[in-house]
Design a protein. Structure first.
Ligand code: CAA
Length: 261
């Protein structure tokens, strides 16, 4: 199947994952209506496609994405933003995607770019990565979940500092603060993200989706509710062939052959 998009490059890999590269180099991958629409369409097209069990989302060496497209937004009226429900569709498509999305971030991840990276399940950053919510410099505020997800990721002190001063956080600070899961050398970024995606794609897709659902539930529930939800979902995994296969393979000292059943 051909993936023809004007702002995305898609590579599908035989080991069950796809690399999606944001491709608007002339605008440092700024998120415009076309790009966010295409990203949403791609995710929808692979939602039920078993050959794509994990996604790596990346940009260029200079920019993952430098934010929402300021030139597209600048003249919008409130009625346009409200009726168009600015980026809600793209936000919801990424947020509701049930398979893992790894953000591989090099260079700028600012404003909507930082928000898009945080919407992914985890972030692998290159040493050159820079994260920020500089909307305040434009007389506005984050609009794709940044004030909420950044605060949950790094806590109030750093989130407030970044949103109010508009300063950027480098990769080392982002790792210390818990915003990114790993920092790697720039030339190793894609290999590291691909290896993580291949590892995930080789697991039981049912267990992968359950693990993603459980970690995300931690942001929406009390600890007691979350623990009960986890226990029930853990119990329910024993209904699947993949649990029998995974445990039998361990006992028989062989590699499991998961079927997603
Ligand atoms: N929107 C539209 N175009 C952008 C852009 C953006 N967010 N960011 C960069 N570009 C464009 C520039 O206008 C420039 O285009 P031209 O060559 O046609 O002038 C091109 O990309 C290269 O950018 P620079 O020349 O500025 O590159 P630089 O290396 O000097 O600076 C930068 C890089 C510090 C990232 C700078 O481009 C910058 O500050 N960009 C804006 C960052 C920003 O404010 N992001 C938040 C946007 S608002 C938002 O995202 C709201 C929300 O939450 C939903």
């Amino acid at each position: 199947m051909a993936d023809a998009y004007s702002t995305l490059l898609i590579e599908r890999h035989a080991d069950g994952y796809a690399v999606v590269t944001l491709n608007r180099p002339e605008a440092l991958n700024a998120l415009n209506t076309t790009l966010t629409g295409e990203l949403g369409d791609f995710l929808e097209s692979v939602a039920d496609d078993d050959s794509v069990r994990c996604i790596v989302l990346t940009g260029s060496a200079k920019a993952f994405a430098a934010g929402a497209d300021i030139k597209e937004m600048a003249d919008q009226a409130y009625a346009d933003m409200y009726r168009g429900n600015f980026f809600a569709r793209a936000h919801d498509r990424v947020a509701s995607f049930r398979k893992p999305i790894i953000a591989a971030v090099s260079g700028y991840a600012l404003g909507g770019g930082c928000e898009l990276a945080m919407l992914c399940d985890f972030i692998i950053a290159s040493e050159t990565a820079k994260f920020g919510q500089p909307e305040i410099n434009l007389g506005v505020a984050p609009g794709i979940g940044g004030s909420q997800r950044l605060t949950r990721a790094v806590g109030k002190a750093k989130a407030m500092d970044m949103c109010l001063t508009g300063r950027m956080m480098d990769a080392a600070e982002a790792e210390r603060a818990g915003l990114v899961s790993r920092v790697v050398a720039s030339d190793a970024l894609l290999d590291e993200a691909r290896a993580a995606a291949a590892k995930i794609a080789g697991q039981s897709i049912l267990a992968v989706m359950a693990n993603k659902e459980l970690v995300n539930a931690a942001f929406e529930t009390t600890l007691a509710q979350g623990v009960v939800f986890e226990r029930r979902l853990f119990h329910s995994l024993f209904a699947f062939d993949d649990q029998k296969e995974g445990m039998a393979a361990f006992v028989e000292k062989r590699k499991p052959a998961f079927t997603g059943r």
